[in-house]
Design a protein around this ligand. Sequence first.
Ligand code: PMP
Length: 453
Amino acid sequence: MFRRASLILHQHFLQKKNFTVCGLYLNKAAMSKQIHARRIEGIDKNVWVEFTQLVVEHKVNVNLGQGFPDFSPPEFAKEYFKDALFESGGMLNQYTRAFGHPLLVKVLAQFFSKLFGQDLDANLNILVTVGAYQALFCTFQALIDEGDEVIVIEPFFDCYEPMVKMAGGTPVFIPLRLKSLKEGVPLSSGDWMLDPEELAAKFTAKTKAIVINSPNNPLGKVYKKQELEMIAELCIKNNVLCFSDEVYEWLVYDGTEHIRIASLPGMWDRTISIGSAGKTFSATGWKVGWAFGPDHLLRHLRTVHQNSLYHCPTVAQEAVAQSFQKEFERFSEPESYFVQLPQQLSLKRDQLVRCLTAVGMKPIVPEGGYFLIADISGVKVDLPEPSDRDEPYDFRFVKWMIKNKGFATIPVSAFYSSQNKKHFSHFIRFCFAKKDDTLIAAEKILQSWNLTN
Ligand code: PMP
């Protein structure tokens, strides 16, 4: 018995050795060839990977960096999730319809038909995805081709640039510009605007799409009707598609209205609108997202989806469907989560704005979303000499904050193209979708740190 076991081990060792030798040979051969696919060239750096690692390495007491709530999703949503595990004799633990769980697409169609001013077909106008990230990925892969140009408005959610490039396209950037301000009036995200002439000049014969994100991450800008009409007019005139990332659609403050660009005349047929249950129900770990659009566009997203992810988790989709059903029945009423969450978040936003202003930073008050950015030009810190001369100031500042103050945020130049980073490297981003205790802890650190001396 023992001899037989050692013989098997010996054979395994020999096989392994051969494999290793063979592996070395293969590696040598491979070295003479291009190893990585060219479409991922230059996109290996990622702000989330870098800063999440730093947070793990250092003793961080307060993390207002990455955008997720540190509070629980609503009780009703968690109950639906629990129930879904046992529903239908446990069958919701198995695959469901590949392009979206039947109950979820039905409820989404019912819920959003009025908001888009379209009679949505649950099976043809909605694709459920693994978070809004996958909806974006399917959109770029399906609709952007080699040589296409895609207009991206800065600051932008950082994955747009690599996603355009992986699809073979070229991003064309245009920054929002800060309009001149009155002395003493606090800055608002609404003060950052597109220059219509500058935008019009970005459209060329190669332009295939423009990406807009409203409410915007990281700035919190919520595009006004007039601004969206200006973009829509250019899209129609130049026969260009619009990819509209609306993951923070329910999070608008101070009576600001979220307008869906796809609901404007002539835009439904050329727009993909993207949403996320992660942001909608404060459950980012469920990773349920979706894309809405006309069938002639969405059918191509389905092709990418069926050849990559194919199915999304069933239990999470069922819980999101039930949660939307509940919200549908109490739409706009005071007890609706879509009414209550923005009310709670706007108080948190105000608390952080007050605190940052008191310590000498200049926050830009967001009209929507999870985040606010603050100008750190007036903050005096003795940063060490940069090891990398090209590293933007805000990157060095945030690294210093994490290491010396145990406080994590995100540098805003990460949301700019390499050509425009240098002009926007004195802002940092704070996520205020956090428990009151977390925000109080943040306030204590800021107050004890004399920022202007
Ligand atoms: N778009 C924007 C603007 C985001 O901020 C995020 C998440 N931070 C996503 C898309 C991705 O959302 P999800 O977690 O649903 O994939």
